[in-house]
Design a protein around this ligand. Sequence first.
Ligand SMILES: [Zn+2]
Length: 465
Amino acid sequence: MTTELRHIDLLIAHGLLVTMDSERRIITDGALAITGDRILDVGKTHELQTRYEPRRTIDASDKVVMPGLINCHVHCTGEPLTKGFVPDDTPFEENVFKWLCPIYAAHEPDDEYVSAMLIAIEMLKTGTTCFLEAGTVRFVDHVVRALTEIGIRARIGRWVWDIPPEPRVYRQTTDEAIRHLEDTLQRFRRQANGRIQAWSMIIGHTTCSDALMRAAKRLADEYEVGLNMHMSPAAMDPEGFLKRTGHRPIEHLASLGVLDRNVVLVHMVHVDENELRLVKQKEAHIVHCPTTALKVAYGVTQIGKFPEMLALGINVALGCDGSNAANSMDMLRATYLAAGLFKDARRDPTVIPAETALEMATVNGARAMLLENEIGSLEAGKKADVVLLDRSRPEWVPLHNVVNSLVYSTDGRSVDTVIVDGDIVVENGRCTRVDEQDIYQRAQRAGQAIVARTGLPRKMKWPVI
Ligand SMILES: [Zn+2]
């Protein structure tokens, strides 16, 4: 008796699968059946080969196959085109107000398109298939166009604030900020087969009035999306809230009714135990950005409470941040830091095991982005967001423990193939949908022009001859 084979679009065969499913199964000689934008089946290659007739097969016998990484904090605009320009020895406030704000203000619409394209190339090529934007500085349409073209998955929004009066170019009243939020949510409800969707995004810190924070939460609920904000990377935020309200930031958010399960709080370094208790109680999500914390000197290893957050059962995801703070968008680098920093800080090798760090970069990220039923693991029924890493490279040899190798030995360089929504968007390490060299040339030209418009000095310490 012959059984009819089901036609599918793609079979990834003979791979070493790190599924991140509920049992965290690692499947040797594993296969993934993909049809349309979904994973249809996951299992041993010889089993799937008896069920499916693929239009195309990828031989993954020298590949590790894993779910796409999820970067929960990325500045698509404002910084990618000036990456590395801001000196690395500026204190937090000088970094933000003297350097970053003028740079953000000097961007023009096409700059934001090139900027989003550039950072999406960097993310895809290092295995990130989905990200949560910090908020587009101004020209959301251009960012959405770039992200739609390149094929990445994202939750985006327009960045709003209503307190600081500078820079003038994007000064907003509370009403204007709320209108911007609503307009963006309205226009980008579900783009590109749901790959791109707007969220309610505020800058956070001490830049938003209570009225704006309440409105942003109300809009997030109304549109059934998340609310995203920065909070407490440095002492400036708790000090500002204590002065204005008499309460610490998270206590104040809770009292406004803004702390909830659809709220993502980014950084959260300068927090106390009561704030963590509130985050846990309200089931909000926290994004740890270790790469940025190190470079901008947040004190994460001295006062950060990320091991305690995880022990409390708070959902902690990982992010990178701006290109003048994290600089690198390689999520495996951030994952390595997440696993390593607190082992050293606490002088305890059992703190944040590699397995936990990998969960932070995948399933926890999916939960924070309210996409836990769609992405974060290789499971039947989920979106086909998949990364294949080349394990014929030296950092993968010999291979004894694939989780240890992923977190401690390798980085985004070994990413070979990336699939988003069932489409192959990176193949043999190259983006399939855009001309990378063209974007790099445009990014260099646009970056130099932006810097020239700000009039900021190029502060290299060594002579350039
Ligand atoms: Zn940020």
